[in-house]
Design a protein around this ligand. Structure first.
Ligand SMILES: [Zn+2]
Length: 173
C-alpha cells in the first residue's frame, strides 16, 4: 500500500460554517456515478465538452466531487482528505468520458504533489482514462512564522506576507 498522508483543513475557519453533511460531495466509483452527478446537479459541458469539478479523495480512497465553485472542505464534509484539487471530465460524442486535467489546487487542504498516489488509487477504481500525473502540480508551504498559506512559484521560498518574509523550507517535511 502507498504511504498515506491525511490532510486536515487549514483554510479560513469561516468556511467551516458552510460544512453540512447534506452538502457533502458525490462519491464517484464508476462512470455511471459521474453521469448521475451531471444530471442531478445540472452540469453543462463547456464548448470543449469539458466539465470541471472540485474534488477530494476521502479516507476510503474514493473520489468525491462537487460543483467547481464549492469549497473543498464542504465537499469533504469537514473531514480529513488524502488529496484535493480540481478535476476536468471530457464527455465524448459516443457517451464515453476521460479526465483531461487534474490538479492539487486546494488552499483549504494544501495537498502535496505526492498525494498523486492517492488520486491514482481512487481513479483506477472508476475505470476511466486519466493523466499520468497532476496536469498542474502546486507546491504549498504554510509559513512556520506567521501561518500564511503560500503557493510556491518559480522556486521562490519566501513568505508572501510582506510583514513576515520568512524563509520557507524548500523541501516538504
Ligand atoms: Zn510568514
Amino acid at each position: 500500500m502507498h504511504k498515506q498522508i491525511e490532510y486536515t483543513f487549514v483554510g479560513d475557519t469561516e468556511l467551516l460554517r458552510l460544512v453540512k453533511s447534506e452538502w457533502k460531495g458525490y462519491c464517484i466509483t464508476s462512470v455511471a456515478d459521474i453521469e448521475y452527478w451531471i444530471k442531478k446537479t445540472y452540469q453543462k459541458p463547456d464548448t470543449n465538452s469539458e466539465i470541471t469539478a472540485t474534488f477530494i479523495i476521502d479516507l476510503e480512497y474514493n473520489l468525491v466531487i462537487h460543483d467547481r465553485h464549492s469549497e473543498h472542505v464542504v465537499c469533504a464534509a469537514g473531514e480529513n482528505v488524502l488529496s484535493a484539487g480540481e478535476i476536468t471530465f471530457v464527455l465524448l460524442k459516443n457517451k464515453t468520458y476521460f479526465i483531461s486535467q487534474i490538479t492539487n489546487q486546494s488552499t483549504g487542504y494544501c495537498p502535496s504533489p505526492k498525494s498523486w498516489d492517492m488520486v491514482k488509487c481512487a481513479l483506477e477504481k472508476i475505470r476511466i482514462p486519466f493523466p499520468d500525473f497532476f496536469t498542474t502540480a502546486f507546491e504549498f508551504r504554510i509559513c512556520g512564522s506567521c501561518g500564511w498559506i503560500n503557493v510556491i512559484k518559480d522556486n521562490y521560498f519566501v513568505c508572501i506576507n510582506n510583514e513576515c518574509q520568512n524563509q520557507l523550507p524548500p523541501n516538504e517535511n
